[in-house]
Design a protein around this ligand. Structure first.
Ligand SMILES: Nc1ncnc2c1ncn2[C@@H]1O[C@H](COP(=O)(O)OP(=O)(O)OP(=O)(O)O)[C@@H](O)[C@H]1O
Ligand SMILES: [Mg+2]
Length: 304
């Protein structure tokens, strides 16, 4: 059974959030599958933390726990999140006491779910989505107030306000993803969990989304982002720090440049070599080791 990673990711400035010893399982019975295995992370104020790892390593599950979204068969067995002076017990997420975490969802931590841009109802205009999302978090807000806020935010970010009148299928993939990102941050969450926000986008749309996220942090729309992806080149551009996840654990974390230039853990080296090394041979060898969430054999890759 595992343990907390000894060196949490984080910044040298003020701390925005500190998550400790998060353990998540799927099942809730004797056949539990541990998807997140004692993870701790720390995020500095104004920081973008990149969370990388191969498919199935537990990134989305960890993101859901941080965003306080736990729907069976996902159970959060342990974990705390310190943010904004609150020390939130995540292990109570999966109990019937759902009201306890409601005030934090969307406001303290907001989730931009993986694949969200493809799950917008084709029968709703973007403006209806804005109203629905805002009113789900705060039933007191009027439709007009929600739309005014969205218009103001789009203008601030140099985005076309008229996109609010469109249906999802009328927008390009890049525009759709940027609209969803704006909508999921209308309440100025302290922390945004962005789960694979660039994965389905072409290179120029990826760049626009990344630039928008950086601008949002600069403008203090949110105070920090956990940017989840398996796309290390994108992460290296956007993240202040990286945390590398494998089989439910953070195996290494640190400042982006340091981690990319001098990775210490064999899994990090393999992950980096599979995308950054132009040699075909290295790519092929790296890819061959990524099987079923298991890490590489340390002896094979020359562990320190
Ligand atoms: N609803 C579920 N029921 C059972 N197991 C699940 C469920 N959702 C995810 N898992 C399992 O939990 C593990 C972690 O999944 P998770 O979606 O967190 O990985 P990920 O790193 O986000 O992968 P990807 O890069 O493909 O999005 C995987 O082995 C997955 O099969
Ligand atoms: Mg995922």
């Amino acid at each position: 059974m595992s343990t907390e990673n000894p060196e949490p990711a984080g910044s040298t400035g003020g701390t925005l959030a500190r998550a400790r010893n998060i353990r998540c399982v799927y099942g809730g019975g004797e056949t539990d599958f541990t998807a997140v295995d004692g993870v701790s992370i720390e995020l500095g104020d104004g920081e973008i933390l990149g969370l990388a790892g191969e498919s199935g390593c537990g990134k989305t599950t960890l993101g859901n726990a941080l965003a306080m979204i736990a729907v069976p068969p996902l159970y959060v067995l342990s974990g705390t999140l310190e943010i904004d002076g609150d020390d939130i017990d995540l292990s109570t997420l999966s109990t019937a006491d759902v009201a306890r975490h409601r005030p934090y969802r969307g406001r303290t931590v907001s989730m931009l779910p993986q694949g969200a841009m493809n799950s917008i109802s084709p029968t709703l205009r973007i403006s209806s989505l804005v109203r629905d999302v805002m009113r789900a978090h705060d039933p007191r807000i009027s439709k007009d107030e929600a739309l005014d806020l969205a218009r103001e935010r789009l203008t601030m970010l140099d985005m076309p306000v008229r996109a609010l009148d469109s249906y999802a299928h009328q927008l390009s993939g890049g525009m759709k993803q940027r609209m969803i990102t704006v909508i999921s941050t209308l309440q100025n969450p302290r922390l945004l969990i962005a789960d694979e926000p660039t994965s389905a986008l072409d290179v120029s749309s990826q760049r626009m989304l990344v630039e928008m996220l950086l601008e949002m942090v600069d403008q203090r729309i949110m105070s920090g982002v956990v940017f989840v992806t398996h796309d290390l080149p994108v992460l290296s551009q956007v993240s202040d720090r990286l945390a590398i996840m494998n089989a439910g654990q953070i195996v290494e974390s640190g400042p982006t440049r340091q981690l990319v230039e001098d990775p210490q853990h064999p899994y990090t080296r393999t992950l980096l070599s599979s995308v950054l090394d132009p040699s075909h041979e290295t790519r092929a060898r790296g890819a061959a080791r990524f099987t079923a969430g298991a890490g590489p054999n340390p002896e094979e890759v020359g562990a320190p």
